[in-house]
Design a protein around this ligand. Structure first.
Ligand SMILES: C[C@H](O)[C@H](O)[C@H]1CNC2=NC(N)=NC(=O)C2=N1
Length: 113
């Protein structure tokens, strides 16, 4: 599946409420990211990923971590033996910024084949 053009963008320092995306922008970006949903409080986006065992789960987490450090934008992670939930939210903005969607798209690109 071709991935979102967001995946070729780079995170920028985004601080302050001016960088918070409004609902139409959020919905527009979500439409390009299969499986990603808005959190109940509307301040984050989440997706669950399943893997066949711990090694594959940890490999995914390491790949996401490498990308996140390169982008200087970091997810919340919850993981178990064969699954990992990622949550993107921009703390410096108090909600969703473009950085969250860039990183979600970059995660999809990691898994693309
Ligand atoms: C100084 C540094 O760029 C900031 O603290 C970055 C680091 N990673 C971050 N990650 C996330 N998810 N939100 C942020 O606001 C954020 N800020």
């Amino acid at each position: 599946m071709p991935f979102s053009p967001l995946a070729s963008q780079h995170c920028q320092p985004r601080k302050g409420a001016d960088h918070a995306l409004d609902r139409p922008a959020i919905d527009g970006h979500l439409a390009t990211l299969p499986g990603w949903t808005l959190t109940e409080d509307g301040k984050g986006i989440v997706k669950d990923f399943n893997f066949k065992d711990f090694h594959h789960t940890l490999g995914f987490i390491n790949a996401v971590g490498f990308m996140a450090n390169r982008q200087d934008h970091h997810p919340d992670l919850e993981a178990g033996y064969g699954h990992c939930q990622l949550l993107w939210s921009t703390h410096d903005v108090g909600g969703l910024s473009l950085n969250d969607f860039i990183c979600a798209a970059r995660v999809e690109a990691l898994l693309d084949r």
